[in-house]
Write a protein that binds this ligand. Structure first.
Ligand code: SAM
Ligand code: DTB
Ligand code: SF4
Length: 336
């Protein structure tokens, strides 16, 4: 990769494997080291490269808007160190059993009226049971009937579950790798990295679009951020949607009090995602409420072209829609 010139051609794959041509077409192989080189570039060189790639593949001023709804909140059995919904941490999140079809339709209708095009339903489960899948299929088809794209994030999927969700009209499934394989054990011990890759295979195998990203600001190194991006970029094919979350520190979680990461590191991570996954929608995800507008603008410049839109993420706050509409207007960005 030429550094500093900003002249990008799709990365050449150097593998001599018989499938190399296919691999290159859908997902050129990136090493952690190469992504580390990108992250180490002078900031302006990195942003220029990302912006150049962005303009080759996307409407430079378009932003996709997704609204989140927690359809089942709190009481989760897992130990994800960032998560306010894990039962074992005392975060003040109130448990809420699964919402009814009427409640979800009301929230989705409001999201559509506000301008969202995708509605993402999250559940605090290790993974869904068969009766949960049956309830979710009802929610998915009801949201789909409103003319919205549907997304769900329900945890680990067992064989056959993704097919049922697809059948109900699910367009995207979100399942994050969260961080690099090496740092992962510091954050989660109740499920393996491999289980995440297996769920992503289930989703891919059922022809559901993959939404997969991670979290930045958990005390990881720059190399760990490169490791996360390498994992994502080397999925074959890479995800259609890549949410990059900036850790929302919630009191009571083990990661509360983690030294704040310099926001430029977050912007760099967005740029590396854009360069390595040129066709993906890269989402500037959690953490925007804590982020100055100027940093958000840098994220758009670095190739982010999707946001969570609506007053709430799952349990924590997000900028309100009026504020976001004003920000998009100021920056001359339009909804996709
Ligand atoms: N329980 C399911 C699972 O873990 O797959 C689905 C919901 S879970 C809350 C979805 C994702 O939200 C996590 O993988 C993580 O990337 C993100 N997330 C959770 N808490 C967060 C926080 N405090 N800050 C940033 N991202 C967070
Ligand atoms: C994703 O990558 N980020 C969203 C969504 N996928 C499900 C979740 C962010 C959660 C932030 C903490 C909370 O609100 O509970
Ligand atoms: Fe449970 Fe998901 Fe939170 Fe982990 S991230 S504790 S699996 S809700």
């Amino acid at each position: 990769m030429e550094s500093g010139t900003g002249l990008i051609s799709e990365k050449q794959c150097t593998h001599h494997h018989p499938d190399a041509a296919i691999q290159q077409e859908s997902s050129p192989h990136w090493s952690v080291k190469e992504i580390g080189v990108l992250l180490d570039l002078p900031f302006s060189d990195l942003i220029f490269q990302a912006q150049t790639v962005h303009r080759q593949y996307h409407d430079a001023n378009g932003v996709q808007l997704s609204t989140l709804l927690s359809v089942k909140t709190g009481g989760c059995s897992e130990d994800c160190a960032y998560c306010p919904q894990a039962a074992r941490y005392h975060t003040g999140v109130e448990n809420q059993s699964i919402l009814s079809r009427e409640e979800v339709v009301a929230a989705a209708t409001k999201a559509k009226e506000s301008g969202a095009t995708r509605f993402c339903m999250g559940a605090a489960w290790r993974g869904p049971k068969q009766r949960d899948i049956e309830h979710m299929t009802g929610l998915i088809s009801a949201v789909k009937d409103l003319g919205l794209e549907t997304c769900a994030t329900l945890g680990i999927l067992k064989p056959g579950q993704a097919a049922q969700l697809k059948e109900a009209g699910l367009d995207y499934y979100n399942h994050n790798l969260d961080t690099s394989p090496e740092f992962y054990g510091e954050i989660i011990t109740t499920r393996e990295y491999q289980s995440r890759l297996d769920t992503l295979e289930e989703v891919r195998g059922s022809n559901i679009n993959v939404c997969c990203g991670g979290i930045v600001g958990m005390g990881e190194s720059r190399t760990a951020r490169a490791g996360l991006i390498a994992q994502l970029a080397n999925l074959n094919p890479y995800p259609e949607s890549v949410p990059i979350n900036y850790l929302v520190q919630v009191e009571g979680t083990p990661l509360y009090g983690t030294p704040e990461l310099d926001p430029f590191e977050f912007v760099r991570t967005i740029a590396a995602a854009r360069i390595t996954m040129p066709k993906a929608k890269v989402r500037l995800s959690a953490g925007r409420r804590q982020m100055p507008e100027a940093i958000q603008a840098l994220c758009f410049l670095a190739g982010a072209n999707s946001i969570f839109y609506g007053d709430k993420l799952l349990t924590t706050g997000n900028p309100d829609t009026e504020q976001d509409a004003a920000l998009l207007k100021k920056l001359g960005l339009h909804a996709l």
